[in-house]
Design a protein around this ligand. Structure first.
Ligand code: ADP
Ligand code: MG
Length: 342
């Protein structure tokens, strides 16, 4: 009797041990999440697996360093120094030189839809100070005389811009930061992570269970999503004037993405542009510049380049998506869907 009791007790211990072990096996993929505020936006990084904690600390430090280099308002930043150089050459870090070089290339490729020297116009509309106002036509025309990326000279790490000109890398910086963070996490051996820089998404690998990341595509006309995009190892960036805008005394909405041809906030029938590609810097610059171009020109640009996928949402509630993403997008809202082919 005593003996059989001992056997039962032993069996219980063994069962308990195996149960504990298998429970541990299921939970081997550890999740670490880091939320912080930088670059004027909320940032959230989730990483899975060994090393996540150290990698995320390194990632946050990197964002803070890049912000110090690129902030247009911080008087110790490299961009601020260039903007207040009075026409003199300024020596910048490798990161700034490489970001600026990419922005200038993309400005060229998009024929100035991306305009890294738009800052004085943005200031006139009050977007950085939050003292929003509608500038008059004369003021805009005067400011536009000093806008033009062609007058920026970058040679190695030396940057020179005319005295009246000012740079704004707000349309490129977060995407580029996403690429740098992806590098940091991958170097630390992370194979599954999601980086969210204020809506600029960068997915590393797949979810820990091997399935695609499921990202909601924001409804530009209200709360919630218009659908879900499934991706792995991709960046996804959306631009639109629905998040940062003000309503003028004339009752009209004015958003923070400016058409460099007119100096006015974009108002061309597009509600948002989402770009899906490998590199965050590509997605960030393209989402802004395709938004400036408008639907027809954006479709032309895609047909000529085709090294990315895009989802356009128009004010008429139509969604145009390129064929490469069509099987990865599921619509949930009341929109008209059209697939773009090459
Ligand atoms: P967000 O920063 O909200 O994610 P974007 O990437 O589209 O959105 O960048 C918008 C920012 O880019 C603006 O706040 C402004 O700083 C700058 N900007 C506005 N218009 C242009 C333009 N035509 N070309 C380049 N930068 C622009
Ligand atoms: Mg952008």
């Amino acid at each position: 009797m005593k003996r059989s009791f001992q056997v039962i007790a032993l069996l219980c211990v063994i069962l308990c041990l195996t149960a504990c072990l298998s429970e541990k096996e299921v939970k081997t993929v550890e999740q670490v999440k880091q939320d912080f505020f930088a670059m004027n936006t909320g940032i959230s990084i989730t990483a899975y697996g060994d090393n996540s904690e150290t990698a995320l600390t390194a990632a946050e430090e990197s964002v803070k360093e890049l912000e110090k280099l690129w902030s247009a308002t911080d008087s110790s930043s490299e961009i601020y120094k260039i903007n207040h150089s009075g026409g003199q050459a300024i020596t910048v870090s490798d990161e700034t030189s490489s970001l600026l070089s990419f922005a200038l290339d993309m400005a060229d490729k998009t024929e100035g839809a991306l305009e890294p020297t738009i800052y004085p116009v943005l200031l006139a509309w009050g977007f950085t100070t939050e003292k929003n106002r509608v500038p008059d036509e004369d003021e805009l025309q005067r400011l536009l005389q000093n806008v033009g990326y062609g007058k920026v000279t970058l040679s190695g790490n030396e940057v020179r811009i005319p005295a009246e000109m000012e740079l704004d890398l707000g349309a490129v910086g977060k995407g580029y930061t996403g690429d740098i963070l992806t590098g940091i996490l991958k170097d630390a051996g992370i194979t599954s992570a999601l980086i969210n820089l204020g809506g600029n998404i960068q997915a590393i690998g797949t979810k820990p269970d091997g399935s695609d990341w499921r990202l909601g595509l924001r409804d530009p006309f209200g709360e919630g999503n218009v659908g879900v995009i499934e991706v792995s190892d991709m960046a996804v960036v959306t631009s639109g004037n629905y998040e940062r805008y003000f309503i003028g005394e004339d009752g009209r909405e004015y958003g923070h993405i400016i058409n460099p041809a007119t100096g006015y906030p974009v108002n061309n029938g597009l509600a948002s542009v989402t770009v899906i590609a490998k590199e965050g810097k590509m997605c960030d610059t393209l989402s802004t510049s395709l938004f400036v171009m408008g639907a027809d020109e954006a479709v032309n640009y895609w047909q000529q380049n085709q090294d990315f996928d895009m989802i356009l949402i128009t004010d008429d509630k139509e969604i145009y998506l390129t064929e490469g993403i069509k099987d990865k997008f599921s619509l949930s809202g009341n929109f008209n869907l059209k697939v773009l082919t090459a």
